[in-house]
Design a protein around this ligand. Structure first.
Ligand code: MRU
Length: 345
């Protein structure tokens, strides 16, 4: 299993996902602010992994706090929580994890614990968030495997793998679950312009696992569906609204339309921490707009003329009508999602 994020004593180590697949190097974070920077700069990315990193960052910040009293300790905690919450807006797992850590702190303060006990409590809560995510991914894999026929050709977008979670992955958890169940699978990995999470990260993970993987550029997906065999599409999500609309990496929406046009099932695999029942529909999900340079430059070389306007929305929303099923650790949910999601709460 790939170590996405781990403690090294009181420090946090993360594999630098910007450097993969060329170099496997680790970034060491010694403060909570360094964790926030690692999330902003995409050292670590993927909705569940961002949540886990934020929780561990808060535990790290608590450990480094110089506060001697609980009042100042709580002020330091809140400041770091605000910094972490401002890193990336779309993945709801970030806000979910910060909220869980806030609750843990409140419980400890209410119980009259001192700074030392609170530090321990926050570390334990962060570890639980990490371990629960890994467990959820394995359960998603077990449920999702039942949707995969033997000898399946599976298409995926971006990276919803071990690197995007505490391990095993969500969409790639379904792939791994099928393999663990003894099924033969072959994967088409969308390149995923502009950050290339599919070409760089998904392909890297699957090749390491010995799973047959073909990288295609994003604009090839519909043609492959039309002229070759794609049995199912499975993707992750950054936030799923109460009605089942799902935000995921830019390009997912077009893929869902193409799958619909070809009668191919389109599955979204995500842990419960990605589900945001407080957001009624996808229209209310904030979409991160990233630096234009990700589009204007490739491997450091400018590929667009100076003066051309550029857009770089990092996510899109797939309307629930194009989603065949949502695979969670609690089981496989089918339309109508408003009822299915509320019922599985
Ligand atoms: O910008 P990223 O790399 O953080 O975007 C990641 C995705 O869109 C993933 O598909 C999503 O977070 C699910 S990861 C299990």
């Amino acid at each position: 299993m790939l170590p996405t994020i781990a403690w090294d004593g009181d420090d946090i180590l993360m594999i630098d996902q910007r450097k993969l697949p060329g170099r496997e190097i680790y970034v060491r974070c010694k403060t909570g602010n360094e964790v926030a920077k690692a999330i902003t700069t995409m050292v670590i990315r993927g909705a569940p992994a961002i949540g886990v990193a934020a929780a561990m960052g808060l535990a790290l910040g608590a450990r480094r706090s110089t506060a001697t009293g609980t009042k100042q300790f709580a002020v330091d905690f809140q400041r770091l929580a605000d910094t972490l919450a401002a890193t990336r807006p779309t993945a709801v797992n970030l806000f979910w994890a910060i909220e869980r850590m806030k609750q843990a702190l409140a419980t400890g303060v209410q119980a009259g614990e001192g700074v030392v006990e609170l530090v321990t409590r926050l570390r334990q809560e962060a570890d639980r968030i990490h371990d629960d995510d890994l467990e959820s991914c394995r359960a998603i894999g077990r449920h999702g495997a039942t949707l995969v026929p033997d000898d399946a050709h599976i298409l995926t977008h971006c990276n919803a793998g071990a690197l995007a979670t505490a391990g095993y992955g969500t969409a790639l958890g379904v792939v791994r679950g099928a393999v663990d169940a003894g099924k033969r699978v072959a994967v088409y990995a969308d390149e995923t312009r502009p950050f290339l999470q599919g070409a760089r990260l998904t392909a890297w993970e699957l090749v390491k696992d010995g799973i047959p993987t073909t990288v295609i550029t994003d604009n090839m997906a519909a043609a492959i569906m039309a002229r070759e065999r794609v049995d199912l599409v499975v993707v992750g999500a950054d936030r799923i609204a109460a009605n089942g609309d799902a935000a995921n990496k830019i390009g997912t929406y077009g893929l869902a339309i193409a799958a619909h046009a070809h009668g191919i099932p389109f599955y979204v695999a995500a842990p419960w921490s990605t589900i945001d029942l407080a957001t009624p529909t996808g229209a209310e999900i904030p979409i991160e707009e990233r630096n234009a340079k990700e589009v204007t430059h490739m491997a450091g070389t400018q590929v667009t003329p100076a003066g051309a306007l550029v857009r770089n929305p990092s996510f899109d929303v797939t309307p629930h009508r194009y989603i065949t099923a949502i695979v969670t650790e609690r089981g496989i949910l089918r339309p109508p999602y408003l009822e299915a999601l509320a019922g599985a709460r």
